[in-house]
Ligand binder design. Structure first.
Ligand code: FES
Ligand SMILES: [Fe+2]
Length: 428
């Protein structure tokens, strides 16, 4: 049988450390490997848990359930305006401090103090213990010795990151590295209108990341939503720019001459798309906001200098993705493992706040049409997980267009190996 040579101008061979060999997905089906990931990755890497818009004023708070790290976090904006993170655990007898309907559901709100539902201890937004019922009955007791346990927390471009290590081995900026820092200056702060979805997915977290980090699948899995020139079961689609920096990845796609109104022939659109002038790529008209004009965006957003440019997909290790669209909006994905074979998936859309009812409707149409595409991606995951778990096959080929899949599994393996080697999660 004829073997094909390595493709010329291959993206993969630009990163020789990746190799071109067959790849095992044992890392996505092994319960033992999942236990290692929890320590080696999710208790050592910087993790994005939300945006500053979720803490709009002094006293705002939200909780974040991190089953993968066996903890719940409490994020607050204290009375000085500082964003803080704590383990959501009462210092008295360990009760989860902040929750509403059930202890396992996330919540948010605004308050001045948090009161434990068990014996009424109260904590300030800065984590200090403020009130103890019958304090005089405790022994050698000083409230100052019992603040909430704080978690390392840093904010970058409005994204709130936490690190569960006792002492992170890198600052957040060191961890993000130059490629991701190239996003600095994008007007995230002007995109405060948020729509969010959450789903429980029957696959390992990396399997869904993989489904969103290559476009090899696009012409087949999303055949209903592709421009005719890209929509071909025979010729597929080639990404014009890949980039790798440390454990992070970037995929940029080129745009179309003219506006995306021509993205699909009318008969292929949902009727609401031409009716509202919005769809998969966003509102057809970019908002008239100078900071969102592509000419004013940071060069690092489109480091391949694609002209025209359409989307940059930043895959930030381990489980956070930012997609910035040329039409003046962005979305994020987060993948929170709940077991070796399941995870919770979060999708958030961010737009400049609508100034008219029409703009608001366009945002909502963009969100639901985009969610439809995402559900197409999600539809194969249970099947992939089942196929992998059968262990009928132990190694699989990856094409040059799947360099990002190869890289993610290597980065995960490197972090686990580093943890096993020195227990400190030294960066690969
Ligand atoms: S466990 Fe919180 S006050 Fe007792
Ligand atoms: Fe997809």
């Amino acid at each position: 049988m004829a073997r094909l040579a390595t493709p010329p101008a291959s993206w993969t061979t630009r990163y020789p450390e990746l190799g071109t060999g067959l790849v095992s997905y044992e890392d996505s089906i092994s319960p033992e490997f999942y236990e290692l990931e929890r320590e080696a990755i999710f208790r050592r890497a910087w993790l994005n848990v939300g945006r500053v818009e979720q803490l709009p004023r002094k006293g705002s708070y939200f909780t974040k359930e991190l089953a993968v790290a066996r903890t719940s976090l409490l994020l607050t904006r204290d009375l000085d305006g500082q964003v803080r993170a704590f383990h959501n655990v009462c210092r008295h007898r360990g009760n989860k401090l902040v929750w509403d309907h059930t202890p396992r559901s996330e919540t948010s709100g605004v308050c001045r103090q948090f009161m434990c539902k068990y014996h009424g201890w109260r904590y300030g937004l800065d984590g200090q213990l403020k009130f103890v019922l019958q304090e005089e009955e405790f022994f050698d007791f000083d409230k100052a010795d019992f603040p909430l346990v704080s978690v390392h927390c840093e904010v970058w471009e409005g994204f709130i990151f936490v690190n569960l290590a006792d002492e992170p081995s890198q600052s957040l900026r060191e961890f993000l590295g130059p490629m991701v820092l190239g996003l600095e200056g994008y007007p995230f702060h002007l995109c405060g209108e948020r729509f969010a979805f959450k789903a429980q997915i029957l696959s390992n977290w990396k399997i869904f990341l993989d489904a969103f980090q290559e476009y090899y699948h696009a012409s087949v899995l999303h055949s209903q939503q592709q421009v005719p020139s890209l929509r071909s079961f025979e010729t597929g689609y080639k990404v014009p720019h890949f980039q790798i920096d440390g454990p992070h990845r970037l995929i940029s796609t080129g745009g179309w001459k003219g506006t995306p109104r021509h993205l699909l022939p009318p008969e292929q659109m949902y009727p609401i798309e031409p009716a509202t002038q919005a769809g998969l790529m966003g509102p057809w008209e970019r908002p008239d906001i100078p900071e969102l004009d592509p000419a004013n965006l940071p060069a690092g957003l489109n480091p391949g200098n694609l002209q025209p440019w359409s989307i940059s997909n930043f895959q930030i290790f381990p489980n956070f993705v930012i997609l910035v669209y040329e039409r003046g909006w962005y979305l994020t994905y987060q993948y929170w493992p709940t077991s070796a074979g399941t995870h919770d998936w979060e999708m958030s859309y961010y737009f400049p706040p609508a100034r008219t009812a029409s703009e608001r409707i366009r945002h909502e149409v963009t969100a639901v049409v985009s969610k439809e595409a995402a559900l197409q991606d999600a539809a194969t995951l249970d099947g992939t997980q089942q196929g992998l778990e059968s262990r009928v096959i132990d190694k699989y080929p990856l094409s040059d267009q799947e360099i990002t899949v190869r890289h993610l599994h290597k980065a995960v393996g490197d972090w686990v190996q580093a943890y096993l080697r020195d227990g400190k999660g030294t960066r690969a």
